[in-house]
Design a binder for this molecule. Structure first.
Ligand SMILES: Nc1ncnc2c1ncn2[C@@H]1O[C@H](COP(=O)(O)OP(=O)(O)OP(=O)(O)O)[C@@H](O)[C@H]1O
Ligand SMILES: [Mg+2]
Length: 249
């Protein structure tokens, strides 16, 4: 079967010669949820930027539904929520920013207004619709970015550190919202508990290369592998975590 998204031998060298991505080949199936983990500077954001066509890889290709994507093009089937919300929001108000995404997929008039209201409601910031984006708190900005992508109803959502800056309630809301979605998700995160809850599969990237790709529990529970790449086994997979869960029951 043709994968929803695939990268073939993707490499990225930045001016100055730094090799940021090396020979990254991966596939994502329709509706699949995959966690992308690795230390700071591993290349997670760079990989997502190449997938969405924001950055042109030095070599290799990105395909969606078997079609090669041209860098710089707009790919309505793919939604990307940036790690830095400041990179994504640019309209005067929250509602206008979300409306920009809705217009991108051809919505106008009452249908556009309904889609914007629904997206804001879904992420819990309906009350902030008219707020200037530069007056939002860090967490509110992230939620506004998410609404701006959800409104386009992409078949694949790339989320770069989606829980960063969110309080516990909004993190929980985000997890529940993503859990309910049937779209494919690629989630880059240092929040390994979130990855464990949402993603049956995990890819580990370090120094621009994929070093592991497999079932989340096997990878995140592998203390040796995790330590080798600057990670720790998440608490809920450790012996202590099991005891804590048992007490809670
Ligand atoms: N425009 C650029 N020019 C040169 N080097 C860059 C550029 N953007 C990123 N890099 C470098 O590429 C490497 C990978 O960065 P990237 O942002 O992809 O890492 P990351 O895995 O997302 O890290 P983090 O967990 O901190 O978000 C880093 O060493 C970074 O300094
Ligand atoms: Mg990053």
């Amino acid at each position: 079967m043709i994968p929803l998204l695939q990268t073939q031998a993707l490499s990225l060298t930045r001016p100055g010669g730094d090799q940021i991505l090396q020979d990254v080949t991966l596939q994502l199936a329709q509706g699949e949820r995959v966690g992308l983990i690795g230390p700071n500077g591993a290349g997670k954001t760079s990989l997502m930027l190449c997938m969405t066509g924001v950055v042109r890889p030095s070599s290799g290709v990105v395909q969606m539904d078997g079609e090669t994507l041209a860098p710089g093009g707009f790919h309505p089937g793919m939604g990307f929520v940036f790690q830095q919300a400041e990179d994504q929001l640019f309209s005067p108000s929250v509602a206008e920013d979300v409306a920009f995404g809705a217009r991108n997929i051809g919505l106008t008039g009452a249908a556009l207004d309904r889609a914007v209201a629904a997206a804001l409601d879904r992420v819990g910031i309906a009350a902030l619709a008219e707020r200037p984006v530069h007056h939002l708190s860090g967490g509110e900005r992230r939620l506004a970015c998410l609404a701006g992508v959800l409104v386009m109803d992409p078949r694949l959502l790339l989320l770069d550190e989606p829980s960063a800056a969110l309080d516990l309630r909004n993190r929980r809301r985000l997890i529940a919202l993503l859990q309910d979605m049937d779209q494919a998700l690629l989630i880059a995160s240092h929040d390994l508990e979130l990855v464990l809850e949402l993603c049956p599969r995990v890819i580990v990237i370090d120094a621009g290369r994929i070093v592991a790709d497999g079932p989340a529990r096997d990878i995140l529970g592998d203390a040796g592998l995790m330590a080798q790449h600057g990670q720790e086994v998440p608490h809920s997979l450790t012996h202590q975590g099991h005891i804590a869960h048992a007490h809670r029951r």
